[in-house]
Design a protein. Structure first.
Length: 285
């Protein structure tokens, strides 16, 4: 049961669940929406939780895009029906499929000089820990050797990574972005990423890319035994946690406070235009 001190930063957040909206083929569409929600956060002061999925994308980090034979590796991905794109936030390559839930927390900055990014990562960690508390399992943070997209904020259960966290900062707002592997086989994803790097790095003497191992990564279906409904269980747990925070805040701070209000999302044409700008700005040189 949440107390009044838990996740206080989320006491007015608005949830945008697009996990069943799978008609947009371009993986950059959701990243573009995050960009626009950051601008909306600055103007309105609102905060957002954006959940989304993509059936067959491969998201490269900017360092990945500079590997010597990345063009051939991207062509190989396309031959396997993956759509490769380069993201504008930190981190390295991540495969996306319907068993991976992407989660963005979007906030206005208190000041334009706010640079406490570790504190922002902690918000995502806190949310995911609270959402998974019903499992009785400990969610650890810290880099997992052999995982793809490695970092200090790898989230793991029993030594196997299921989530990575990155951040995108604008002048007046920022987003904390997580990929959460909820269902399916973790090793199938590691094999895909490892083969991408085998092709893209070309020269095995290079050491500026992750060296991915199969035993490093798992899904919540595997690690937390959530079963075949792991996607829905996790999504519902995130939404339930945030809703409970909002209800607690409403009762303790202001009984008349409107916890949620409908969010007017940008027009799809506007989002697609921003996605195209991202594609041109972050492309293989």
């Amino acid at each position: 049961m949440l107390n009044e001190q838990t996740l206080t930063w989320a006491n007015s957040i608005q949830i945008i669940d697009r996990t069943e909206e799978l008609t947009e083929a371009d993986p950059l569409y959701s990243f573009a929406l995050d960009e626009l929600l950051c601008k909306q956060a600055h103007v309105s002061g609102a905060s957002f939780c954006h959940l989304w999925r993509h059936p067959n994308a491969f998201i490269l980090g900017q360092r990945d895009s500079r590997l010597p034979d990345v063009t051939s590796a991207m062509e190989w991905l396309e031959s396997k029906d993956y759509i490769p794109v380069i993201r504008n936030s930190g981190g390295a390559a991540v495969p996306l499929d319907l068993g991976t839930i992407n989660l963005s927390l979007i906030f206005p900055k208190a000041t334009s000089t706010n640079t406490h990014f570790h504190q922002d990562f902690e918000k995502m960690y806190e949310l995911i820990c609270e959402a998974l508390s019903f499992t009785g399992l400990s969610v650890d943070k810290g880099e997992i050797q052999g995982a793809f997209c490695p970092g200090d904020y790898d989230l793991s259960i029993n030594g196997r990574k299921f989530c990575g966290i990155a951040q995108r900062r604008q002048l007046h707002a920022y987003s904390v972005q997580a990929f959460v592997i909820t269902s399916g086989c973790g090793s199938a994803r590691t094999q895909l990423v490892r083969h991408f790097y085998d092709l893209a790095a070309f020269d095995s003497s290079l050491d500026n890319y992750p060296h991915v191992t199969d035993e490093s990564t798992g899904s919540l279906e595997e690690l937390a035994h959530l079963g075949k409904d792991a996607n829905r269980i996790f999504i519902d747990a995130i939404k339930r946690t945030l809703t409970q925070v909002n209800l607690t805040a409403s009762m303790s701070l202001n009984r008349d406070k409107q916890v949620y209000s409908p969010t007017m999302l940008p027009y799809p044409e506007t989002i697609r235009a921003v996605a195209e700008k991202l594609r041109k700005r972050y492309s293989v040189s």
